[in-house]
Design a protein around this ligand. Structure first.
Ligand SMILES: Nc1ncnc2c1ncn2[C@@H]1O[C@H](COP(=O)(O)OP(=O)(O)OP(=O)(O)O)[C@@H](O)[C@H]1O
Ligand SMILES: [Mg+2]
Length: 352
């Protein structure tokens, strides 16, 4: 059976109802038990759940509400020693305040770390691209300049009266030689990027997906989208570099979010499945505007973009990563709408 999770839905109405019921139960217990029993300390659980799913201001409001209810229970309780009640009430209030402060600080630190990680992924890509572009430009500049020079020379020899065919011929030969040099350089560069696969390890793709989603959760919330997973059980492991696989998943989810801008329904599903024998698949399905009929062939080309601020490198880099691991990547029209991007990675051989 596939495991399904609805991460952002937990932040919704269901969670609010759960919190309200828990709060009411604690309030009633705190009020009907005598002063010696500090039930109100349990409000820290409410605060801890709230920190996981709500914003900073809402958490502070929840904590303030819990503190107000603690004092109200103290005022309403009729049994037990008032002195013990006062001490227990104070302990509960301090516990709620301290827990709220510490939990909010921890949540802020975690959010900052995630942000930094997401930025790092972006910077790595931009840096890689910058370095690659600079080296291509540098290496190609020489043969291209020579081609222009010899082309001009050949034109001059041909334009002479009479035309000097011998010299024109020599210039044309130099043009061919430099063009071959440029082609060799490009071949070498392509080989270089193909070999750039990082440190490959035995990888559980379900785990990689699960660890990648928190990195993009902020972006998903910003697009007011829902991110779901459907992870197949008992998948064979693959042999791949986890950071590069994460990069591919992130690229595909970012594209999915961008394709759903302005759409009434914004839902991204990340699925894992068995593919052909010896092959594991990861699919990212979105409910976006979908691909134009002519697009699928071009979208993986470097610098192909339909976005005003796009670089057109996300899919090209993803394809280069997947192919360097011996896999494939392709796009299909989504059912019933949107599009589905799938990549495969070869399953690792089982250990003897
Ligand atoms: N999920 C999708 N739905 C519809 N179109 C898509 C989707 N993913 C990619 N595309 C199309 O493919 C093009 C290329 O995508 P790619 O990720 O390579 O570049 P980009 O997103 O435009 O820019 P960037 O380099 O910043 O990622 C996009 O501009 C878009 O037209
Ligand atoms: Mg992109």
């Amino acid at each position: 059976m596939p495991r399904t999770s609805f991460l952002p839905l937990l932040g919704g109405r269901l969670l609010m109802v759960l919190l309200a019921v828990l709060t009411a139960v604690i309030f009633v217990l705190d009020t009907i038990t005598n002063f010696e029993i500090a039930v109100a300390v349990l409000y820290v659980a409410i605060v801890l759940i709230a920190v996981q799913h709500l914003g900073r201001r809402q958490v502070v409001m929840v904590a303030a509400g819990c503190m107000a209810l603690t004092m109200l229970s103290f005022a309403l309780t009729r049994t037990g020693s008032v002195a013990s009640g006062l001490v227990n009430c104070a302990i509960s209030l301090v516990a709620i305040a301290v827990t709220t402060t510490l939990a909010l600080r921890a949540a802020a630190a975690e959010a900052a770390a995630r942000e930094a990680q997401a930025q790092l992924a972006h910077i790595t890509r931009v840096t890689m691209l910058g370095e690659l572009t600079a080296s291509i430009a540098h290496e190609l500049n020489q043969p291209l300049a020579a081609i222009v020079l010899n082309g001009n020379a050949a034109l001059r020899w041909l334009a002479g009266q009479p035309a000097n065919l011998d010299e024109a011929n020599k210039a044309a030969e130099r043009i061919v030689r430099d063009a071959v040099r440029a082609t060799d350089l490009i071949k070498r560069l392509r080989g270089l990027t193909k070999k750039a696969a990082g440190k490959a390890v035995r990888l559980d793709l379900n785990q990689t997906v699960t660890e990648t989603l928190p990195l993009i959760q902020n972006e998903v919330s910003r697009h007011r989208a829902v991110l779901r997973t459907e992870l197949a059980d008992a998948l064979p492991r693959v042999h791949a570099d986890p950071v590069q696989v994460q990069q591919v998943i992130l690229n595909l989810i970012v594209n999915a979010l961008e394709a759903m801008k302005g759409e009434p329904q914004r839902e991204v599903t990340v699925l894992t499945a068995l593919g052909q024998p010896g092959e594991v698949l990861v699919s990212i399905h979105d409910s976006g505007r979908g691909l134009a009929a002519a697009q699928p062939d071009q979208i993986f080309d470097p610098f192909y973009t339909t976005k005003p601020d796009g670089m057109g490198m996300g899919l090209a880099i993803s394809r280069s990563i997947v192919e360097s691991h011996g896999g494939r990547i392709w796009a299909q029209a989504g059912v019933p709408r949107g599009s589905t991007f799938t990549f495969s990675l070869p399953a690792a051989r089982e250990r003897q």
